[in-house]
Design a protein. Structure first.
Length: 277
C-alpha cells in the first residue's frame, strides 16, 4: 500500500433488523453516557488517502469538501459567548470568500475534545464522531432554513440555491489523533449508500443520513492538519446541476500511522446556511 494511504477501520450504518425506522438520540443517557439508537454500527476496514499536496483536486462542487489555509484570529475556544462574538464573524467572511455566497448564517457550533473514557453527558464533553454520516437530508436542510430564519425570508430563500456547509478546523495543536476522513462525492451512490435516520432532540426531530458501506467509496484526509488549516464540508446543496456535489459523508477515525504519544484531538466546527442571489 502507498505511503500516502492508510488502512483504517470505519463504522458504517447497518439498518435495524426488524425493519423499523432507524433513529438516533442527540442527548446521551445521563446514567450510561450512551446515545439511544435502534441499529448497530458495522465496522469495515478501508483505505484512506492522505491528500496533503494534492488538495487542489478536491473542491466543494466536485468532491463535496475543500481544504483552505487560513489561521483563525480567535484561538481560545473556551467561552461560548466569545466564540459567537469573535469566531463567528471571521468564519462568515471565510465562507463567503471561498464560496462567493451572498449571505451566510451560522446556526451553531461544536467544540470537540477527545477524552478517552469520558461520557458525553453534557456539551462540554463532546467527543470526535466516529460514525460515517451525512449531517442533513434534503428535508432536514430545508427545515433548518425555516428554523433559523423568519418564515417570510425562508420561503423565498429556499426557492434559490442554498447550501449547508460545516467549517471544521483543529484547535490548540494539529489534528493527528482521530483526524477527519471525507468521502469524495464522486464515489458515492446516493440511492444505495444513504439511509435517512431520525435524529431525536428533547423538543423536536431532525434527520441525518446513515451511510452504508460500499467498496467503491473513496476516502481522503489531510494528514496532520494544522491550526492554520481548515476544511469546508458540504452537508447539502439544493443545486439541480447533476455535476455538482450535494453532500460529503465524513467521520473521525483512528489513524494507524499516528504516533502513540500524539496530542488528543481538539477541534471546532461551525455550521452554516449559505445562500446565493
Amino acid at each position: 500500500m502507498s505511503a500516502d494511504i492508510v488502512s483504517a477501520k470505519l463504522l458504517y450504518f447497518s439498518p435495524p433488523p426488524d425493519g423499523s425506522r432507524p433513529y438516533f438520540t442527540i442527548n446521551a443517557d445521563p446514567a450510561t453516557g450512551e446515545r439511544g439508537r435502534n441499529w448497530a454500527p458495522e465496522e469495515h476496514t478501508v483505505p484512506i488517502e492522505n491528500v496533503r499536496g494534492k488538495e487542489h483536486n478536491y473542491t466543494l462542487d466536485t468532491a463535496g469538501f475543500q481544504f483552505v489555509k487560513k489561521p483563525a484570529k480567535h484561538t481560545q475556544f473556551v467561552d461560548e459567548d466569545d466564540i459567537r462574538a469573535q469566531y463567528y464573524p471571521e468564519s462568515v467572511a471565510l465562507l463567503k470568500g471561498v464560496t462567493g455566497a451572498s449571505r451566510v448564517v451560522l446556526f451553531d457550533h461544536t467544540v470537540r475534545r477527545h477524552m478517552p473514557g469520558a461520557s458525553e453527558t453534557d456539551e462540554s464533553k463532546r467527543q470526535p464522531v466516529t460514525q460515517v454520516h451525512v449531517d442533513q437530508t434534503p428535508d432536514s436542510a430545508t427545515a433548518r432554513v425555516y428554523r433559523h430564519l423568519p418564515s417570510s425570508e425562508a420561503e423565498s430563500l429556499v426557492k434559490k440555491r442554498f447550501q449547508i456547509i460545516n467549517l471544521w478546523r483543529p484547535i490548540a495543536h494539529p489534528s493527528i489523533d482521530y483526524p477527519l476522513a471525507l468521502c469524495d462525492f464522486r464515489s458515492v451512490d446516493p440511492e444505495r449508500d444513504l439511509v435517512p435516520v431520525a435524529l431525536i432532540y428533547p423538543d423536536r426531530e431532525g434527520e441525518t443520513f446513515g451511510v452504508r458501506y460500499n467498496e467503491a467509496q473513496r476516502w481522503k484526509y489531510q494528514r496532520e492538519m494544522g491550526v492554520d488549516e481548515a476544511v469546508l464540508i458540504k452537508c447539502y446543496d439544493s443545486s439541480k446541476d447533476k455535476d455538482v456535489a450535494v453532500f460529503t459523508p465524513h467521520t473521525g477515525f483512528r489513524d494507524p500511522s499516528a504516533p502513540r504519544d500524539a496530542p488528543l484531538r481538539e477541534s471546532v466546527e461551525v455550521r452554516a446556511l449559505v445562500f446565493y442571489d
